[in-house]
Design a protein around this ligand. Structure first.
Ligand SMILES: *Cc1c(COP(=O)(O)O)cnc(C)c1O
Length: 495
């Protein structure tokens, strides 16, 4: 029996995994969720002996049940190869009493690579399985990291095109340079005048546009999504939590079934939801610690049960977390509403209308495994400096937000559990903020002088992804207003 996926908003037939991957978002605007979360069917002793790729197969086969073993293994092999600069794919680094799970060893040095290096293969396999002949058009809104990781994943993948919208003034200089230098005839990068939420809302509108869908179908195109709402991104993200635990167990850092805490710097709620799914598969995770920056809508939500996006949008030094609508939270809301699509749809309608909703006390009681807090800009910078001075280990701004929140959790709760902090970007991706945190004298350095200096003080090699953009030519210079996104898409597709 195949595991089926249904919309968090209720309408439409349940679909198989490959169909959910192809569609990205359900027609009613809801997100696909599996009918149940499968339990791990390998023991920790077995998992402890497995490579990253083997672990990926054991986790993903339970969710993508309509993929054959051969199909899934081929996707995994193509994704987790020498694009990563370490054979273990996701290493753990111990610093100052916590384990940093480094999810930034892929092509674009941020954790989005973990899922976006496999998504193109899952998508093209899904298209083949469902006799789809249209060209797949990936439409993505990015707060910086998704865009480049998706571009790198899809560039020159046959049968696909990719269009990325990013907030023109809302990403780091290195993030922007990474995107606008992207090669590949099937890639298109556009800066919009607006913030990430504008870009994401615009993309959602295009997905829901029936007229556009018809025009595209006539010309042999159909949309799919590479955003973290696609189940084909969520499932690969569960893998590294299982892998990290298995490594800790294999190395004797945790005893059998010993609970660990997981701290996740959170934006769209995809990464921490994957940890929640891992816990529900039976992985011994105790607390799911949700770390926010000054855009602390999730912290307020965990405190009060009210999700309220009516607030000032703050640009921070952790731009990939500058988000006021955490799309993947909808999957959690649906679940704690007792898998009640109607109830969830009601909340989402309120969010759409008034920009806020309040969950019931019953629902809030089910959030006991989560702890939310946030880090200010000053705390984040101080943490980078403090950890560097104490241990020599340099973390990026997003990871530092998590490290600050971990300190706050420890001070408030002190459960003494072994803790894994998701390290979501290389410090080389946010070099200026990182180096400024360490010493204000770096103010006058150019971006690439900072890169070389970071390499010197941390004793780490400059990643290939950074070396490449030193000299790469700008290939994309398109800018548009937020209400012009549809025209941009049509122009690129020639329709
Ligand atoms: C995307 C991103 C995040 C936020 O992850 P979500 O899954 O959206 O919560 C955190 N840090 C970095 C570096 C990212 O790129």
């Amino acid at each position: 029996m195949d595991l089926l996926y249904r919309s968090t908003r209720g309408s439409g037939q349940p679909v198989k995994a490959s169909q959910a991957i192809l569609k990205g978002l359900s027609e009613d605007g809801g997100l696909f969720v599996p009918d149940q979360i499968p339990a791990l069917d390998k023991s920790m002793d077995e998992l402890a002996k497995m490579s990253y790729q083997e672990t990926a197969y054991e986790v993903m086969k339970l969710f993508l049940t309509d993929f054959t073993e051969e199909e899934l293994k081929e996707c995994i092999t193509k994704a987790y190869d020498s694009k990563f600069d370490t054979e273990v794919i996701a290493p753990l680094a111990e610093a100052d009493g916590a384990y940093y799970l480094e999810l930034f060893h892929g092509a674009t040095i941020a954790f989005k690579d973990m899922a976006l290096s496999i998504l193109p293969h899952l998508l093209t396999t899904s298209a083949r399985k469902n006799q789809v002949e249209n060209e797949i058009v990936i439409l993505t809104a990015t707060s910086g990291d998704t865009g480049k990781a998706a571009l790198a994943g899809f560039a020159d993948v046959e049968g696909t095109r990719i269009i990325v919208f990013y907030p023109k003034n809302g990403v780091s200089p290195i993030q922007e340079k990474q995107m606008v230098t992207q090669k590949g005839d099937n890639t298109y990068v556009v800066g919009i005048h607006g913030n990430f939420d504008d870009a994401q809302t615009g993309v959602k509108k295009l997905f829901a546009d029936k007229e556009l869908e018809g025009e595209m179908a006539q010309k042999g195109f159909q949309f799919s999504s590479a955003n973290s709402i696609n189940i084909g991104r969520l499932v690969p993200q569960i893998v590294y939590y299982v892998y990290a635990y298995a490594r800790l167990y294999a190395e004797g850092k945790v005893a059998k079934d010993e609970p660990v805490n997981v701290v996740v710097p959170t934006g769209n709620f995809g990464n921490i939801l994957a940890a929640f799914y891992a816990k529900n598969m039976g992985l011994p995770i105790a607390k799911l610690i949700c770390a926010s920056n000054d855009n602390k809508v999730l912290y307020d939500f965990f405190q009060t049960g009210e999700y309220d996006k009516n607030r000032e949008f703050v640009l921070t030094t952790s731009p990939s977390m500058d988000i006021l609508i955490s799309s993947n939270l909808e999957r959690l809301i649906y679940r704690i509403a007792g898998n009640d699509a109607e109830k969830n749809a009601g909340f989402m309608a309120e969010l759409n209308g008034d920009g806020k909703y309040s969950i019931t006390d019953d629902m809030k009681a089910q959030l006991a495994d989560f702890y939310g807090n946030y880090a200010t800009e000053t705390e984040t910078a101080e943490k980078i400096k403090e950890l560097y001075e104490k241990t020599g280990y340099v973390i990026d701004t997003h990871t530092a937000v998590a490290a600050v929140v971990y300190d706050k959790y420890k001070a408030a709760n002190g459960d003494g559990n072994t803790t894994v902090i998701a390290s979501t970007a290389s410090p080389y991706k946010f070099t200026r903020s990182v180096m400024n945190a360490i010493d204000s004298k770096y103010d006058s350095y150019t971006d690439f002088e900072l890169v070389d200096e970071l390499s010197r003080i941390s004793g780490t090699e400059v990643p290939k992804a950074i070396e490449e953009i030193r000299t790469a030519p700008v290939l994309h210079d398109h800018i548009c207003e937020k209400d012009e996104m549809k025209d941009v898409v049509k122009k690129f597709l020639g329709i």
